[in-house]
Design a protein around this ligand. Structure first.
Ligand code: PDD
Length: 291
């Protein structure tokens, strides 16, 4: 068994070492994957885009009819307590809320106390190698369920999707449903076409990443055209640039897709200019927007 670190975590009102935290075998998170989560980046012990993460947590809980056990300030206090206790100053805060503990029955039992778990870990940002040369991805059919909008801990589809790229030494699996781009196993996927940043439209099939709205703001600052619209598999393969975004990846250039170099001309197989500008704008936003 992997040795768990003894850093502090929070479980149902208690602060305790991670390697001592235990939940019931009848927790609906364990039995059904009946819960939601958030992953929030922390820079210099300050939480980045915290309110946006809280708004999405509330939406995910609402969609599953799970009571939100804390208000915004309660979550912030919990996160800050754990962030202060970690040695690293750049961290990831992981929050999980499940429906709670009950005898096994598919029906949502009313009145349960949600299980609340919060932990932090050191943040491993993309390496300079990944930023300067870009990363390899592979594509696959999106065989997950049709509620990718809910940030649910039922992640088996995403785990299987991620393994497709891991088995081929690639960083992420870019998925298509009926020939249309959805997202990666753990990231949103973007393309650059004629200088504009394009992402798939909001839908039940795709998680609305916190970086989706952030990129709209950064593109406005940088005067880069930004549009969310259906993106075909052909659009992705013909793109000038392909990018990934997530709490941990920030923004990363994809320079190889299914073994083929991404892009055109002198920039073929190299990170492009829109990536470079978004990366710089992102670094400024981290400083300006963390609390
Ligand atoms: N994953 N799509 C999926 C399926 C994701 O799992 C994630 C994030 C994203 C990007 O969302 P955001 O910008 O809010 O991180 C898109 C997190 C980091 C994870 O599961 O670890």
């Amino acid at each position: 068994m992997t040795m768990l670190p003894d850093t502090l975590c929070h479980l149902n009102g208690q602060t305790l070492p991670l390697n001592e935290a235990k939940v019931s075998v009848l927790d609906r998170g364990f039995i059904f994957g009946d819960g939601v989560y958030e992953v929030i980046p922390v820079y210099g012990r300050r939480l980045f885009r915290f309110d946006e993460h809280m708004a999405r947590l509330a939406r995910s809980l609402d969609k599953l009819r799970i009571h939100n056990p804390h208000g915004r300030d309660g979550w912030l206090a919990l996160a800050r307590e754990l962030v202060a206790a970690q040695a690293a100053t750049d961290q990831l805060v992981y929050i999980e809320v499940t429906r709670g503990v009950a005898l096994r029955d598919h029906v949502m039992p009313p009145g349960l106390s949600p299980t609340v778990f919060v932990m932090t870990s050191p943040l491993r940002p993309p390496t300079p190698e990944q930023r300067h040369h870009g990363v390899a991805c592979v594509t696959a059919r999106d065989f997950r369920w049709e509620r990718g909008d809910i940030k649910s801990v039922s992640l088996l589809g995403n785990v299987m999707a991620r393994q497709i790229s891991a088995d081929r030494g690639a960083l992420e699996t870019v998925m298509f449903r009926d020939g249309w781009l959805t997202e990666g196993s753990g990231s949103n996927v973007w393309i650059v076409h004629e200088g504009a940043l394009l992402g798939p439209p909001r839908s039940d099939l795709v998680l609305e990443g916190i970086r989706v709205e952030l990129f709209r703001e950064l593109c406005e600052e940088e005067r880069i055209a930004y549009n969310l619209r259906p993106i075909s598999e052909d659009d992705v393969r013909a793109a000038d640039e392909v990018l990934l975004s997530s709490a941990t990846k920030e923004v990363l250039p994809v320079t190889k897709l299914d073994g083929d170099a991404v892009g055109h001309g002198a920039l073929r197989g190299k990170p492009g200019p829109v990536y470079g500008r978004l990366y710089e704008a992102y670094q400024r936003a981290k400083v300006a927007q963390s609390i």
